[in-house]
Ligand binder design. Structure first.
Ligand SMILES: [Zn+2]
Ligand SMILES: [Zn+2]
Length: 127
């Protein structure tokens, strides 16, 4: 059901507010003389002689947040990779141990069979 008043999942209207309509760039400054939010192009052009300063608006916070979460993703990914590598090597160790155990038990079985074969041979010597 796509009607006119559907909700924006990612909040696109808010992003538009943070974009300079004139220069289509991110608003990240405030002009203290005009008391308006402006982009860096506005600051260099229409507000060149005014007093402006950078602001920590939602835009910069969003940018920081995105960067932060990217770093987090990277960190989690690397940690995950490390865990996988550790798990894999542990598994290899375990497998090797299991193989060794199997070989050992197999050779014990072989030894036992050999013993019983020898026993059998001994008991049948007279024939
Ligand atoms: Zn602008
Ligand atoms: Zn101004």
């Amino acid at each position: 059901m796509a009607h006119g008043n559907e909700t924006y999942l990612l909040g696109s209207p808010q992003v538009d507010v943070l974009e300079c309509q004139k220069h289509k760039s991110m608003i990240d400054m405030t002009c203290e003389d005009c008391e308006v939010f402006i982009c860096s192009t506005c600051a260099k052009k229409s507000h060149r002689k005014h007093n402006w300063r950078p602001i920590s608006t939602a835009a910069t916070l969003i940018k920081r947040g995105l960067k932060g979460s990217l770093e987090n993703i990277e960190k989690t990914y690397i940690v995950q990779l490390d865990e996988d590598i550790l798990k894999a090597s542990q598994q290899i160790d375990e497998n090797t141990k299991l193989c060794e155990l199997e070989v050992q038990s197999f050779s014990i079985i072989m030894m036992q069979s050999l013993k019983s074969l020898k026993k059998l041979r001994k008991s049948t010597r007279k024939y």
